[in-house]
Design a protein around this ligand. Structure first.
Ligand code: BES
Ligand code: MN
Ligand code: MN
Length: 462
């Protein structure tokens, strides 16, 4: 595909401007106030897929946010690639920490992105990465070199657990039939060392509520004589890790897949600088489970983290009070073989069992999902590897990620197909954070690499 590079450089402005327009629509799925923006974004994706040359595009209604489906079937005997992505984004808050408004995208240079990066909510996760696929398809249809069949399924609830997508997939197995699912919703090591994501962690997300006395109390009159739910909750949470930062929930590690020394040695070969890592986060030291490296702690090991904690008086000044209730949101990242529903049950019974009689504890389950590991001895992996090698000039390294895309395991169960995770973001792109951005280099490299995957995947399947 000799003209692919020149096509991209000739159309660079337009490729960027179209993404910028999409990023202006605040499609936040967590907040129902943004429902009109969700619908507007679905329509924008519909239009983009039509322009890209899909022969059929539809907005599929679900009990929640719509799913945009598109396809171009050229020959039933050729392989079919199903592209999955999401058009919803995380909330923008804390909004005051953004250097430019989250839904007014701007391109600025950074140390890591000397060619500039697009700053805006969803630029990397996942509008920018999803849009690379739309533009890659457009290139292939315009130049008559789409080598196989393609289907697109772009959802609007990924950031809130993909409930409607599960519903949709179960009801549309035939429509979604494919040979491989192609996803760009992860990252890579760096712009000079690409990687292919070979693992995602599972997730169990719970909310806990600790109730003490039936009302808020004067902390002088009652303090010391009754259980303070905030004191109790923090003590209970602290007990969930031991001095080695192992999780103390009985049975939590029972099914954890332990990697062999050889696999760990292989992992350790990936380029990584602990000094640069600490510097980028402004921390004097890292922290985590004894016996594991930083890269192991955030990929092959399970974790338990408090995501939010509240209760009592947090306004200005001081108020002497013992609150009646205290709350926390807790997530557990899981690794292969740990079942999220089983882990949720283990958490619940353990958390209830460690509560003193003086309080009552309620554990509510939020969403969750299974982890995923992709094999590397497959045609899809080889094709992806060849595509990256050609566009980056460096062979990509397989790497397990710490993040979660729970729907990937469901795809395998329901559609019986594997996913290939071709991410182009960087960990430093600040997804879910203020000042999220996506490198212009990364965006354009993605558009350049994707058609090569189509080409090699189709050739290797012959
Ligand atoms: N795209 C991310 C997941 C991701 C990011 C995986 C980077 C690997 C590398 C996705 O949008 C996401 O944020 N997933 C959530 C889970 C979901 C159930 C809310 C997550 O990982 O917290
Ligand atoms: Mn995402
Ligand atoms: Mn996300």
């Amino acid at each position: 595909m000799k003209n692919l590079k020149s096509y991209i450089s000739q159309n660079k402005e337009q490729l960027l401007n179209e993404l910028i327009e999409l990023l202006k629509i605040p499609s936040i799925s967590a907040d129902s106030e943004y429902k009109p923006a969700i619908l507007k974004t679905a329509e924008a994706v519909e239009k983009a897929l039509q322009n890209a040359g899909c022969s059929k595009v539809e907005i599929c209604e679900t009990p929640g946010n719509p799913i945009v489906y598109g396809e171009k079937i050229i020959d039933a005997n050729l392989p079919t690639i199903l592209v999955y992505g999401h058009y919803d984004v995380q909330p923008a808050d804390p909004i005051e920490l953004w250097d430019s408004p989250p839904f007014e995208p701007v391109i600025k240079k950074t140390e890591i992105h000397p060619e500039g990066a697009i700053f805006g909510r969803g630029s990397c996760d996942d509008k920018g990465q999803m849009f690379m696929h739309v533009k890659a398809l457009e290139y292939m249809t315009k130049n008559n070199n789409l080598p196989c069949n393609v289907k697109f399924m772009i959802e609007g609830e990924e950031e809130v657990g993909s409930t409607s997508l599960g519903w949709f997939v179960k009801r549309n197995q035939e429509k979604l039939a494919n040979d491989i699912i192609l996803i760009s919703d992860t990252g890579m090591i760096s712009n000079t060392q690409p990687s292919i994501t070979t693992g995602l962690r599972g997730l169990s997300y719970v909310e806990v509520e600790v109730t003490g006395p039936n009302r808020d109390l004067h902390s002088g009159l009652y303090g010391g004589a009754v259980a303070n739910p905030i004191n109790i909750l923090t003590k209970m949470i602290a007990s969930l890790h031991d001095e080695n930062n192992h999780i103390t929930i009985p049975g939590f590690y029972d099914k954890v897949e332990e990697l062999s020394a050889k696999e760990r040695a292989e992992m350790a070969k990936a380029p990584f600088s602990l000094e640069a890592y600490k510097k980028s986060l402004d921390i004097k030291d890292v922290y985590g489970e004894t016996g594991y490296t930083t890269n192991e702690r955030n990929s092959i090991r399970p974790t338990l983290d408090v995501n939010g904690i509240w209760g009592g008086y947090t306004g200005e000044g001081a108020k002497t009070v013992i609150a009646s209730k205290a709350y926390a949101k807790i997530s557990m990242r899981l690794v292969p073989n740990q079942d999220w529903q089983e882990i949720t049950k283990l958490f619940k019974s353990h958390f209830e069992s460690i509560a003193p009689k003086s309080v009552t504890v309620k554990v509510t389950e939020h969403h969750g999902g299974q982890g995923y590991v992709t094999p590397i001895d497959t045609v899809a992996y080889q094709a992806a590897s060849k595509a990256y090698t050609e566009t980056f000039g460096v062979k990509p390294i397989p790497q397990r990620s710490g993040g979660s895309i729970p729907i990937v395991a469901l795809f395998e169960d329901e559609l019986k197909s594997k996913s290939i995770l071709m991410g182009f973001g960087l960990d430093s792109d600040a997804i879910h954070s203020p000042n999220e951005h996506f490198g212009v280099f990364n965006y354009l490299k993605g558009i350049e690499t994707i058609p090569l995957f189509y080409k090699y995947y189709t050739e290797m399947n012959k």
